[in-house]
Design a protein around this ligand. Structure first.
Ligand code: ADP
Length: 604
């Protein structure tokens, strides 16, 4: 060998020893250190250093040489790309790469470690800016690391014999890394399998919220995350609020990650992928606004990287899983595929929970409908039976001549009551399934005036005074004048009906809302008032106040149910404010019709 002529026997013995260790040891760091030591002690290099590939960086893990050199080199991170660029400019010495001084740009040198001594003039002398590397590959040709040597024996460019020996050490280093990688992959598969298992176990918990919470925790532990979030978008059909869970912080403080849903739909979801981002990355699959928003969230949680995976089944994007870690190492492909599997599993859980929720709701609705149907039949029978019993009783009395005129009056009154009930029933059933209505321009002030005129005698007879306040112009809505008139008649009629003598009724017609976009009729009375409990049911068919005084006044309990339905068909609503014994205000609100609106537009 070169000047030093190292003993071949010693090299072979050390190599043999290393080969044994490489194949049996689990301590990769130790083996790499020994390989580097062999290169220094047996082959006579001044420095030997081995870097492992971690993500996109080569990280210096083992170094043998002078202490000050070690201190400078250990832990150094070099972008993989830079080393690959340097390899391309190197002379190929078998598996070694020799980069003579002057070959690479100054930019490379500023980042490299350069020994500090004066170069020799001899062309065979080793120059301080010369570099000798050995890329370390796995059996499948995957780059795993890099060995760098410096200060060759005698400070001369290594000859063929020395290179051959160095190659033997390099092969052992490659094998050591390859074994380590296999062991780590196995351990990782076991670890990822555990996370998937934990999430699957969580799915057996009752209730979606607890499942999501446990899954968020399992993900955080499994991936060593500083924060995980799982979010399910609201179910449109159910109108349910969204489900969210997180660990350790329970829920995103900002109520979701801005733009993430749109970005997942746009990029990651169709390809079954995920959004992967580090805190400093300038590019990612996410749109720039989303990326910046996510990076801000990462900073808030002291995270350096984030992965967001879509949660879904089939074509439906149901939510997302976010994992934030305090390392800028993005997840490797195995970890990513575990995240995707977990997201799919969660998607199935969410979908099942939703299906179950929808079914339960449907069952509850059907039960309610059934109960209501029973109640309706009972009420209608009762309402029909009372006047009929009276009619039958009085027909029998007609035989006894002195009661005949009282009986005829009673028959007429009850027949009238039956007639009214049946008219209301017909109206009620008619408006239930109604979707469309005649549309013409209707002035609410005019409807109120008509109604007050109609009820004038009734009000006078009851000793009730009324007043109306209205704007100068018309208060226009689009709709069916007959149907809308029915609502106004009902609420003004009720105000008269449920007032005591001396009571007052105030009818106000106005434009309300922030932009005066709503047309309103408010009818206030100083009458009997309605209790809080009764107010809750007032708009259901057949509901009448439980107050005995109100019950003694004839009525069917259908008017307000009909009114609310008509208001809804017209895109509006009717509401009540009342205090028992004080009086009530009923408010009809409808979308205001612009004077330019087409009154004959088809019904929606
Ligand atoms: P009806 O008046 O035919 O019973 P409605 O559906 O119009 O039916 O009203 C339902 C119930 O609401 C009435 O029975 C009455 O108890 C109560 N109610 C409605 N309007 C008033 C009001 N202005 N003051 C007090 N109670 C009212």
């Amino acid at each position: 060998m070169q000047d030093l002529d190292p003993s071949r026997a010693e090299s072979v013995r050390r190599l043999f020893d290393l080969m044994r260790r490489v194949n049996s040891s689990t301590e990769t760091g130790e083996v790499l250190e020994e390989i580097a030591r062999g290169v220094v002690e047996v082959l006579g290099f001044g420095v030997a250093a081995i870097a492992r590939l971690e993500g996109d960086y080569l990280v210096m893990t083992a170094c043998v040489g002078p202490d000050d050199v070690r201190a400078q080199i250990i832990g150094r991170r070099n972008p993989k790309q830079r080393i690959m660029d340097e390899f391309r400019q190197a002379d190929k010495w078998g598996i070694l790469r020799y980069v003579p001084h002057g070959r690479v740009d100054d930019e490379f040198l500023t980042n490299a470690w350069i020994p500090d001594y004066e170069p020799d003039d001899d062309p065979q002398a080793w120059h301080p800016e010369d570099a000798l590397y050995a890329p370390l590959y796995s059996a499948t040709g995957e780059l795993l690391g890099n060995m760098a040597v410096d200060f060759p024996p005698g400070n001369r460019i290594p000859n063929q014999a020395l290179r051959d020996l160095l190659e033997l050490f390099v092969v052992q280093a490659g094998l050591a890394l390859s074994n380590a990688q296999q062991r780590e992959r196995l351990a990782e598969q076991v670890r990822l399998g555990e996370i998937v298992k934990d999430v699957a176990m969580a799915s057996s918990l009752v209730g979606l919220d607890s499942t999501l919470e446990r899954s968020a925790e399992a993900l955080a532990h499994g991936f060593g995350a500083v924060q995980t979030w799982i979010r399910c978008f609201p179910d449109g059909e159910l109108g349910r609020s969204e489900h969210a869970a997180g660990f350790p912080a329970p829920n995103p403080a900002n109520g979701g990650l801005p733009g993430l849903r749109r970005d997942l739909v746009r990029s990651a979801w169709p390809q079954g992928g995920a959004i992967h981002l580090t805190v400093d990355a300038e590019k990612s699959r996410a749109l720039p606004e989303t990326r910046e928003a996510l990076q801000a969230v990462m900073r808030k949680h002291h995270a350096l990287s984030l992965v967001a995976a879509p949660l879904g089944v089939g074509v439906e994007l149901l939510g997302y899983v976010v994992i934030m870690r305090d390392t800028d190492q993005v997840l490797n492909e195995h970890e990513l595929s575990a995240v995707r599997e977990i997201a799919r599993e969660l998607g199935r859980i969410v979908l099942n929970a939703r299906l179950y929720e929808r079914e339960s709701r449907l069952v509850a609705e059907l039960q309610e409908l059934d109960r209501y149907k029973g109640e309706l039949i009972a009420t209608i029978s009762h309402e029909l039976k009372t006047p009929l019993t009276s009619i039958i009783g009085h027909t029998e009395l007609l035989d006894e001549s002195e009661h005949s005129s009282i009986s005829v009056q009673a028959i007429a009154r009850n027949a009238q009551r039956l007639n009214q009930l049946i008219a209301n029933l017909l109206n009620y059933s008619r408006v239930q399934d109604k979707r469309e209505h005649v549309r013409s321009r209707v002035d609410l002030t005019e409807l109120c005036q008509n109604s007050l005129e109609l009820l004038q005698f009734q009000a006078e007879a009851a000793g009730v005074r009324w007043s109306i306040s209205r704007p100068d112009g018309a208060v226009l809505v689009n709709g069916d004048p007959d149907e809308l008139g029915r609502i106004v008649d009902n609420i003004i009629g009720n105000a008269v009906k449920y007032s005591r003598s001396g009571g007052e009724i105030d009818v106000r017609v106005a434009h309300v809302g922030e932009h005066a976009e709503v047309a309103e009729v408010a009818v206030s009375d100083t009458g009997l008032g309605i209790s809080q409990i009764d107010q809750g049911h007032l708009f259901s068919a057949f509901h009448r106040s439980s107050n005995p005084e109100a019950l003694s006044i004839p009525g069917t309990g259908l008017g307000l149910a009909i009114s609310r339905r008509i208001a809804e068909i017209h895109g509006g609503d009717i509401s009540v404010e009342s205090e028992l014994g004080e009086g009530s205000t009923f408010r009809l609100r409808l979308p205001r019709a612009d004077s330019l609106d087409s009154a004959s537009a088809p019904a929606s």
